[in-house]
Design a protein around this ligand. Structure first.
Ligand code: ATP
Ligand code: MG
Length: 200
């Protein structure tokens, strides 16, 4: 099977994530996409990330209606910072012969790639699928490949609809008690209201 892997803080999950995951699934004919909410997001230690159980619950609500989407608690349950290479190791143990992982990243995540744990080993374990987003500068993949020659040919760029939605924007709107309708699935908006996830 061809398996998409989509890691993120998902604080909260939004339509941008869902549209990207579905578009990549269709374009690359993936059999499924596994969403993996980060446990302790080491690159974001400057702000308080919402409790993992809330983030997981929202990803579950958002992905349940799509039979091709799954969710994994792996990073939430592993103590310490969530490194993608460790996640890939753990995920591979559940794989069968012939299963191939495709790790989906936006430009912000890809820009930090050189600072990930063991990027050279990670790149041997999965293909990287790079997507664009309109609110973040595009990444020049060839200059990335010049910096890290072992990356060459390992990053697959896939065109997806450009959606200018970010979790940061949604948290700000929710904190100001403004509408987040259409930016997140209805169930997620209701969850945020019910549990006052982003009220300060
Ligand atoms: P935050 O504003 O808190 O950083 P975010 O919207 O960037 O949240 P993350 O959970 O940090 O969401 O992102 C997870 C992954 O999804 C990253 O690889 C990111 O680049 C990608 N991503 C998030 N939003 C979009 C979008 N609108 N279009 C394309 N990719 C996206
Ligand atoms: Mg982000």
């Amino acid at each position: 099977m061809q398996i998409g892997v989509f890691g993120g803080t998902f604080d909260p999950i939004h339509m941008g994530h869902l549209i990207v995951a579905e578009a990549v699934r269709v374009r690359l004919k993936l059999d499924k996409v596994i969403f993996i909410p980060a446990g302790n997001p080491w690159l974001k230690s400057e702000r308080n990330v919402t409790d993992g159980e809330h983030r997981h619950a929202m990803v579950k609500l958002a992905t349940d209606p799509n039979p091709y989407f799954e969710i994994s608690r792996m990073e939430l349950e592993r103590p310490g910072p969530s490194y993608t290479v460790d996640t890939m190791d753990e995920l591979k143990q559940t794989f069968r012969e012939g299963d191939e992982p495709y790790f989906i990243v936006g430009p912000d995540a890809l820009a930090a790639f050189g600072r990930w744990k063991d990027p050279e080993r990670l790149i041997r374990m999965c293909s990287i699928v790079a997507v664009k987003r309109p609110d973040v500068d595009a990444i020049d993949v060839s200059s990335l490949e010049r910096e890290m020659p072992w990356l060459s040919g390992r990053i697959k760029q896939v065109d997806v609809p450009l959606i200018g939605i970010s979790s940061t924007g949604i948290r700000d709107l929710a904190a100001a008690r403004l509408s987040i309708r259409y930016l997140v699935p209805r169930e997620v908006a209701e969850y945020i209201t019910q549990y006052q996830v982003y009220q300060i």
